[in-house]
Design a protein around this ligand. Structure first.
Ligand code: 3HC
Length: 297
């Protein structure tokens, strides 16, 4: 079961990162987006990142053009019919994802493998929207995809062991490290990471330390690349909130319950870096300014 051609549905932050990595690893990659404008924007973002790698001399100009030559974008789902593996990286919403999977099921070859990059939607519920649950698995990449080495490979009750093995091999060919996990909310990383992030908010609410000091503590005291507030802003507060709710719905334990401050920030549209403001204000991207804690948060 060899994977030769790859399809990536969704070319936002995660999808464009995944497409960059698959094309860089030598796989012809077809990206599908909802409009031509989104196709152009996704491909443009990949080109910019590749160009930066050339400027840093991590990549030659020839390699850059070979990678770009392996990337195509379309708005037409039926073009995915030649792909051996399709990775979905669209909105985190079961209904929207299952609508896509039902359409893809009619387009893809019977032997094609289906993978979702979801961080929080049930893989089992998605596989049931297709007539090929045994060829379905989760492939969870991390942000920024070109840099982060891990891919969680999520097995369901139905995943064929040969399909799973093909995904393991493919992940290694991308230069990433696969870990094996099962279809449980949060898989491994978010199951452990999200309660830690939520606890940082509770520590802030209890006055244990300021945003800056909590971030500095975890960075310098534990060697984390980012403190919890900078990391939440980086992930997106809406995403953290969504995953926390999925975990809380499943486990009903206080450690997974999203704190009120997180909810208020999300409702206010302060979603972190992507909206310009979250726990920090990014008006000057080189010097993020923490929320003013002299007002009641
Ligand atoms: N895309 C591509 N490359 C990027 C990048 C991006 N968005 N951001 C940084 N990089 C590259 C840089 O080009 C640089 O490459 P080089 O070493 O070849 O020069 C390298 O990463 C390091 O970047 P910087 O020197 O600019 O900055 P840092 O050393 O601070 O690293 C970071 C940036 C890699 C983002 C680092 O801070 C980090 O690892 N942060 C933690 C990220 C993390 O935890 N991600 C997981 C989030 S959870 C998740 O994704 C799961 C989801 O389900 C919620």
């Amino acid at each position: 079961m060899e994977i030769r051609e790859v399809g990536v549905v969704g070319c936002g932050l995660m999808g464009s990162g995944i497409a960059q990595v698959t094309a860089t690893a030598g796989f012809p990659t077809l990206v599908v987006e909802a409009s031509q404008e989104l196709c152009d924007r996704g491909i443009e973002n990949i080109s910019k990142r590749l160009k930066r790698l050339v400027e840093k001399k991590s990549l030659s100009a020839e390699q850059q053009s070979a990678i770009q030559g392996r990337l195509r974008a379309t708005t037409d789902l039926s073009k995915l019919s030649a792909c051996d593996l399709v990775i979905e990286a669209i909105l985190e919403n079961l209904e929207v994802k299952n609508k896509l999977w039902r359409s893809l099921d009619g387009v893809l070859r019977p032997e094609a493998i289906c993978a979702s990059n979801t961080s929080s939607v049930s893989i089992t519920q998605m596989m049931m929207a297709t007539r090929r649950p045994e060829r379905f698995l989760g492939m969870h990449f991390f942000n920024p995809v070109p840099v982060m080495e891990l891919v969680e490979l999520v097995k369901t009750l139905a995943t064929d062991p040969e399909v799973y093995e093909a995904a393991v091999e493919f992940t290694r060919k991308l230069g990433k490290t696969p870990v094996h996990t099962f279809d449980r909310p949060g898989f491994i990383v978010n199951r452990l990471l999200v309660p830690y992030l939520l606890d940082a908010i509770r520590a802030l609410e209890e006055g244990v330390g300021s945003i800056t000091d909590i971030d500095r503590s975890m960075k310098l005291g534990c060697g984390h690349p980012m403190g919890p507030f900078i990391l939440m802003d980086f992930i997106g507060l809406d995403t953290v909130y969504y995953i926390a709710n999925v975990l809380f719905d499943e486990f009903r334990e206080g450690r997974f319950a999203p704190p009120g401050l997180l909810k208020r920030l999300v409702v206010a549209g302060w979603l972190g870096r992507k909206s310009g403001k979250g726990f920090y204000d990014y008006s000057d991207p080189n010097a993020p300014k923490p929320l003013d804690q002299s007002v009641r948060l």
